[in-house]
Design a protein around this ligand. Structure first.
Ligand SMILES: NC(=O)c1ccc[n+]([C@@H]2O[C@H](COP(=O)([O-])OP(=O)(O)OC[C@H]3O[C@@H](n4cnc5c(N)ncnc54)[C@H](O)[C@@H]3O)[C@@H](O)[C@H]2O)c1
Length: 509
């Protein structure tokens, strides 16, 4: 980037000492995420015209929402659609678990165009090539809901063409792409929302206030889990239909091998991955297109826990797991754990499996208490370190919360996130509830865990150079140095005065 083209915003996470001070000492003020209004309704005079890039399953929810808002408020309009597949609309028998239900399948280019009220023969607005949509002067913003490997390229190109962007999660597939998107948002001054819809729930801002206010003391540990079990195999529940064929799908544009971000190709060539319906419709099972559970699932938990604590980029990330049972040719794990350590002095663990469904809690743990997230708010559980370390190895009874903080979730989180995005678009406010800075931090955690799982390495994130480097002994050495030179525990016992090297002349030898 040329020197005068530097980002005008600070990409650094909150200062470590400031983080400890505010989480420990009751500094009250919320940083970053304020509980901004998500309920403002677009006015009739400032219509935001949306182009949809990628019109598969998830995009149908966005199209439905935008066309409904268009009819109800006139504040938005669906202006163009793009998908590499012609698409299909049909009713079919859905057979699963011994029952058959009649369902409607409707996705891809032409069915989506029809839902948007577009003329399906208008090749400027109904196209397989996203660049045609970006050429349209009357498209103000795009909604990107392609597979993950396209997110960064399309987001950057859209911003360069003067469009604001609602991009589905994960914001990008790699950390390198994430920083490129972060910088482009600043360079082109565009509004971006990353589609982690739970961020529209004010619960994270409320928890953030409480945590930064010192209620649970310095944060030490955060954890969450994603456990699922589906007899068909995770992501194999996405249908393959015979209408998906090389004739109806632009396979080159799906793969993205002729496109790159900073010299790294988006996807494999057709020689490496010849046309395959499973790769097309169940792309989450294959590592060229997806990071499996790390990037597809854990990104939700990681993003909201970062929002709740005010943490951003991790200092070191490890990923572990395996492909233990789902031996169906996939290349992403079915059991996986992400461990992200932060310069602020705490650790985030997100673990899970697509083989078993028993859930885990979503908790932020501090020295004096824990915040446990439950639908409709969060519980605060007291932790009294003066009771000693002898807590039971096994839980003998449920922990009693000391308080319950109810926070009303929005009725429809995706709608709430869209309304916040549209509001920000009109006010030219880049600080959406799900900003690219937060999106990039989450991608660094999930994508480095995925990368580390696959190549067997642990990665450090160099926050000055904004790049991933192999981890080494420096992380532990840094903390050991701080342990020698810093302050000790909450109340060190008297007898600790007797610790350390002693000379023969000391009392009692
Ligand atoms: N926020 C959420 O809860 C949520 C839920 C589901 C999916 N998602 C995200 O939405 C995105 C899409 O997921 P999905 O389930 O809809 O997948 P999908 O496979 O159903 O849809 C993807 C669509 O993109 C099209 N496509 C592929 N390459 C394209 C290109 N170069 N140009 C235009 N179109 C292209 C495909 O033809 C397909 O129709 C993913 O990034 C996923 O992570 C988010």
């Amino acid at each position: 980037m040329p020197p005068n083209d530097k980002p005008a915003v600070e990409h650094r996470p909150p200062d470590r000492r400031k983080f400890l001070r505010t989480t420990a000492a009751g500094a009250g003020a919320a940083l970053g995420l304020a509980a901004r209004s998500y309920a403002s309704v677009p006015g009739a005079n400032d219509r935001v015209r949306i182009g949809f890039l990628g019109c598969g399953g998830r995009a149908q929810a966005h199209i439905h929402l935008i066309t409904r808002l268009a009819a109800e408020t006139g504040g938005v309009a669906a202006a163009a659609v793009c998908d590499v597949w012609d698409g299909l609309e049909e009713d079919y028998d859905h057979k699963f678990g011994g029952t058959t239900t009649r369902r409607r399948y409707s996705q891809g280019l032409y069915p989506s165009a029809a839902k948007c009220g577009l003329d399906t023969s208008d090749s400027r607005r109904v196209t397989k090539d996203y660049r045609r949509v970006l050429e349209l002067k009357d498209v103000d913003a795009v909604c990107i809901a392609t597979p993950d490997h396209w997110h960064a390229r399309m987001t950057i190109d859209a911003m360069a063409a003067g469009k604001d962007v609602y991009v589905e999660k994960p914001m990008t597939r790699t950390p390198e792409e994430a920083t490129a998107v972060q910088d482009a948002a600043v360079r082109y001054n565009r509004v971006v929302a990353v589609g982690v819809q739970t961020l529209a729930d004010p619960v994270w801002a409320a928890a953030h206030d409480l945590i930064r206010g010192g209620r649970i003391g310095p944060v030490a540990h955060l954890s969450a889990g994603v456990f699922r079990n589906d007899a068909r195999g995770q992501w194999r529940f996405y249908r393959l239909v015979s209408q998906m064929s090389p004739k109806t799908i632009d396979w080159d544009l799906f793969l993205g091998h002729q496109f790159d971000v900073n010299g790294v190709k988006l996807g494999p060539s057709p020689h490496e991955v010849p046309f395959d319906r499973a790769a097309f419709a169940q792309w989450r099972c294959y590592s060229p297109f997806s990071g499996g559970p790390f990037t597809d699932l854990y990104v939700h938990q990681v993003t909201r826990l970062l929002a709740a604590t005010g943490l951003r980029f991790p200092g070191r990330v490890a990923g572990a797991g395996g492909l233990y049972q789902e031996h169906d040719g996939r290349t992403v794990p079915d059991v996986g754990t992400l461990v992200a350590d932060f310069e602020e002095g705490c650790q985030l663990v997100v673990t899970g499996s697509t083989l078993t469904a028993y859930p885990t809690e979503e908790v932020v743990r501090g020295r004096f208490g824990a915040v446990k997230f439950v639908k409709g708010g969060f519980q605060v559980v007291r932790d009294d370190p003066t009771g000693g370390a002898g807590l039971p190895q096994r839980l003998e009874r449920s922990l009693e919360p000391t308080s319950w903080v109810p926070v009303d979730p929005p009725k429809n989180e995706t709608e709430a996130l869209w309304l916040n995005f549209l509001d920000c678009v009109r006010r030219r406010d880049r600080n959406t509830l799900s900003s690219p800075d937060l999106g990039a931090a989450a991608v660094v955690a999930v994508a480095l865990a995925q990368r580390g799982y696959r190549d067997g390495r642990v990665y450090a994130w160099d926050n000055e150079r904004r790049t991933a480097v192999p981890a080494d002994a420096a992380w532990a050495a840094k903390w050991e140095h701080r342990a020698r030179t810093g302050t000790a525990s909450l109340s060190p016992p008297e007898y600790m005065k007797l610790a350390g090297p002693k000379f023969a002349t000391d009392e009692h030898g």
